[in-house]
Ligand binder design. Structure first.
Ligand code: SAM
Ligand code: SF4
Length: 319
């Protein structure tokens, strides 16, 4: 079992498979970075898998693939299959912008993927384009339908932004409800890479928009999830709110992040990171486990979104 320096059990590994992305979301990567990490500097799927195996042996039971845009990595389905064959009971999920899903959802499902979070910030093609930097809505919607059709369990992620998509909170909720999928409203997290003019909405403001049309009931948090769950009164429909500015979910944080370049990051907010790349490349897997334990020992108690702006790029860490 893996524990951090505050006694929290860590059983959840989030792997960013690439920092590259086919979108330029205003809140994440409004401009193409000055340079991408060269492909030869990334850990290959074989190298990543070496680490994933020991991480599972040490107590990781849940893995999320993210990015950047994870669907840009070739042979993604083969990597998923490697993990699922090694540990069939692993809770393996992926977060994606959905743009390429209609082409690959079937292969991902066949490889063993069970759950997907798909980002959907707007149902209006012009607003979706404004946020993502290109015309994306049609493909994203096709990707959502294709994923549902092959039996993947889908959740939707929306980041509400004042004056941009804030009038669509209820539309996205209803779109999700009609398809029997949960939506997670995520507070915009300030970071130096985002477009400087953005104004996010806090959890209370997001709920106010929903309350204009629906009565809602509090459910609470499930396990270590950062999402606080709510239910629409008089129906079974559940949605979640992720409000890191309160950082009250940090006390049950169970996660650690690995970047495509091999950096282990103990908290999405903080700059601290240690690389397992050389250890993995040299086949010194015990050394990689030692580094993992050192990073966990130094995991901060809570994030700082309540009072500062992060230097971390979401497209590197995977959000
Ligand atoms: N490209 C994939 C996607 O967009 O779903 C996966 C990576 S993305 C970094 C993961 C999640 O982080 C997405 O749901 C995205 O909306 C969210 N995200 C990115 N930047 C954010 C920010 N500044 N504040 C809040 N959420 C953010
Ligand atoms: Fe790409 Fe996802 Fe970041 Fe948007 S949020 S730029 S889709 S990594």
């Amino acid at each position: 079992m893996l524990k951090d320096g505050h006694g929290r059990i860590v059983n959840y590994l989030r792997i960013s498979l690439t920092e590259r992305c086919n979108f330029r979301c205003q809140y994440c990567m409004p401009e193409k970075p000055f340079s991408w990490v060269p492909k030869e500097n990334l850990l290959s799927f074989e190298e990543l898998f070496k680490f994933v195996k020991v991480a599972i042996d040490e107590g990781i039971t849940k893995i999320r693939l993210t990015g950047g845009e994870p669907t840009l990595r070739a042979d993604l389905d083969k990597f998923i299959k490697m993990i699922c064959d090694y540990k069939p009971s692993i809770d393996l999920a992926m977060t994606t912008n959905g743009y390429l899903l209609s082409e690959i959802a079937k292969d991902l499902k066949k490889a063993g993927l069970k759950r997907l979070n798909i980002s959907l910030d707007s149902l209006n093609p012009k607003i979706a384009k404004l946020i993502a930097g290109k015309d994306v809505l049609e493909n994203v919607l096709k990707g959502i339908e294709a994923s549902l059709a092959v039996g993947l369990k889908v959740k939707l992620n929306m980041v509400p932004l004042l004056g941009v998509n804030d009038r669509e909170i209820v539309d996205i909720l209803e779109f999700a409800k009609e398809r029997g999928v949960q939506v997670r409203f995520i507070e915009y997290m300030e970071n130096v890479h985002a477009h400087s003019n953005l104004k996010g909405m806090n959890g209370r403001e997001i709920l106010e928009r929903i309350k204009e049309k629906y009565e809602i009931e509090k459910i609470g948090r499930k396990g270590s999830s950062p999402a606080f769950l709510y239910k629409l009164k008089g129906s079974d429909y559940i949605f979640g709110l992720i409000d890191p500015h309160k950082h009250d979910f940090c006390e049950s944080c169970n996660r650690i992040r690995l970047t495509a370049e091999g950096y282990l990051i103990p908290c999405l907010y903080f700059d601290e990171a240690m690389s397992i790349k050389e250890a993995v490349k040299q086949g010194e897997i015990d050394k990689a486990v030692e580094i993992l334990k050192e990073v966990l020992a130094n995991k901060p108690k809570e994030n700082r979104w309540g009072y500062a702006t992060s230097n971390r790029a979401f497209y590197e860490t995977g959000g």
